[in-house]
Ligand binder design. Structure first.
Ligand code: 7TS
Length: 424
């Protein structure tokens, strides 16, 4: 059991009010709030040992370098990676996925090759593959999604062929919450000689992820979705793959030697970290990892499952509410997408905001999935370790308030026609 009351004391932002109401932050799939340990680490770095890393011989540079590289080790341990050499820091999960598509794809794909994706991908794990397919002549194929939000695994079996060079998929859908059986998918892919890239932006913050246990070749995630600062992403890749890949970006730090017409590359992982990295935010990310490890991913997962069960149960009791994603709790994370018949999700979001409840409404950067679901957008509540059952109740009450607000005939408004209210 989490001591949520105590945890909440670590998050200064949770004390604020929005429109005169206590903030209820349920937009954790977009980004999470930061504990004071992370905020303090940023202030401490800039107040005490700000310096560029890897190049200075002075004390500050050594301290900053040690702190930065310590977080690489901590990240490797968090993901159960065999070595910090397999951890590359990027700007975000998006950049990590682009790095794979570009640095691996450019030299390993050719016409006739296929990249197998799914219909539930975030644009970050779709558009980079579209770009590299266009550049190399490789083609894209897709595993479909069932009505209740699962991957069609029989379709996977059919589409996995000897032409498949890479299977790239999300571990947890940011819309449906579906947790995909990536271990099983990786085993089958490897039997066909294909590599596997996992978009773990939504899973690593909420589940204990073991890259070796999953058997993936690449994995990407973002610090800001797991209590860390914005501006830091993580790429895990098997060392042999990183060794064989050409660099992604060129510049300082990533070289061994440079001549006028050519250059040789630094060792991994630095070969993939051109230029001055996001030193402060990486160091503060280390505090986020410590925090999550101290609380424990198993306890966080259990807490989120309870909140998700409560949200699904209570929302399904509200007339006209449509819920998306698997009904089986073990198969989903703490993301609950829904619609209310006759209301636009943006209108729901706007009324909820007036009640202090922050959710996201829109296509969630998964437009092909929206088309598959037959909707333009959904409302989405997403939970984390600091959320409470009381907040879930407030969410449901606010959805009921939104329904009542838009159903009530008001002068100057056509009955039943959704209209934007408030400011956004
Ligand atoms: N992959 C998944 C599954 C995601 O949910 C997101 C962000 C990304 C990749 C990209 O992460 P970034 O840190 O590089 O931007 N998802 C969301 C979301 O659902 N709402 O806002 C951002």
């Amino acid at each position: 059991m989490l001591d949520v009351k105590r945890i909440r004391q670590d998050f200064p932002i949770l004390n604020r009010q929005v429109h005169g109401k206590d903030l209820i932050y349920l937009d954790n799939a977009a980004t999470t709030q930061k504990p004071r340990q992370v905020i303090d680490a940023l202030v401490n770095y800039y107040s005490r040992y700000n310096a560029n890393i890897h190049r200075g011989i002075h004390a500050l540079a050594e301290e900053a370098t040690a702190a930065y590289e310590d977080v690489r080790q901590r990240t490797a341990a968090f993901l159960h990676a065999p070595s910090p050499r397999s951890i590359v820091f990027t700007r975000n999960a998006t950049e990590a996925l682009n790095l794979i598509a570009s640095a691996w794809g450019r030299s390993h794909l050719q016409p006739g090759d296929e990249i197998l994706l799914t219909e539930m991908e975030h644009h970050s794990n779709l558009v980079p593959w579209q770009l590299i397919a266009k550049a190399t002549g490789a083609t894209l194929a897709f595993i479909g999604v069932t009505d209740d939000g699962y991957l069609k695994l029989e379709e996977y079996e059919r589409k996995l062929t000897n032409r498949t060079k890479l299977v790239a998929l999300t571990h947890m859908s940011n819309v449906l919450g579906t947790i995909n059986p990536v271990e099983q998918i990786a085993t089958r892919a490897h039997q066909h000689g294909a590599l596997v890239a996992i978009d773990a932006a939504q899973s690593v913050p909420h589940l204990a992820v073991d890259v070796q246990g999953l058997g993936c070749d690449f994995l990407a995630c973002s610090a800001h979705k797991m209590l860390g600062p914005t501006g830091v992403g993580v790429l895990y890749a098997r060392e042999a793959l990183l060794e064989a890949m050409e660099p992604f970006l060129g510049g300082g730090e990533m070289i061994a030697d440079v001549f006028l017409t050519h250059a040789t590359w630094n060792e991994i992982p630095w070969k993939f970290e051109a230029g001055t990295p996001n030193i402060a935010d990486v160091i503060a990310f280390g505090e986020a990892l410590k925090y999550l490890s101290r609380v424990g991913l198993a306890a966080i997962r259990a807490h989120e499952q309870a909140l998700t069960a409560q949200a699904i149960q209570r929302l399904s009791e509200v007339d006209e509410v449509v819920l998306y994603g698997p009904r089986t709790l073990q198969d989903r994370g703490g993301v609950v997408s829904f619609n209310v018949n006759g209301l636009h999700p943006h209108d729901i979001g706007t009324v909820l905001d007036q009640e202090g409840v922050a959710i996201r409404a829109g296509h969630h950067c998964a437009k092909p999935l929206m088309r598959r679901l037959g909707v333009a957008a959904t409302a989405r509540a997403s939970f984390y370790l600091y959320n409470t059952p009381d907040e879930v109740d407030r969410l449901v009450e606010a959805v009921q308030a939104a329904k009542a607000f838009f159903r009530k005939p008001r002068p100057g408004m056509e009955r039943g026609k959704p209209t934007r209210v408030g400011t956004r």
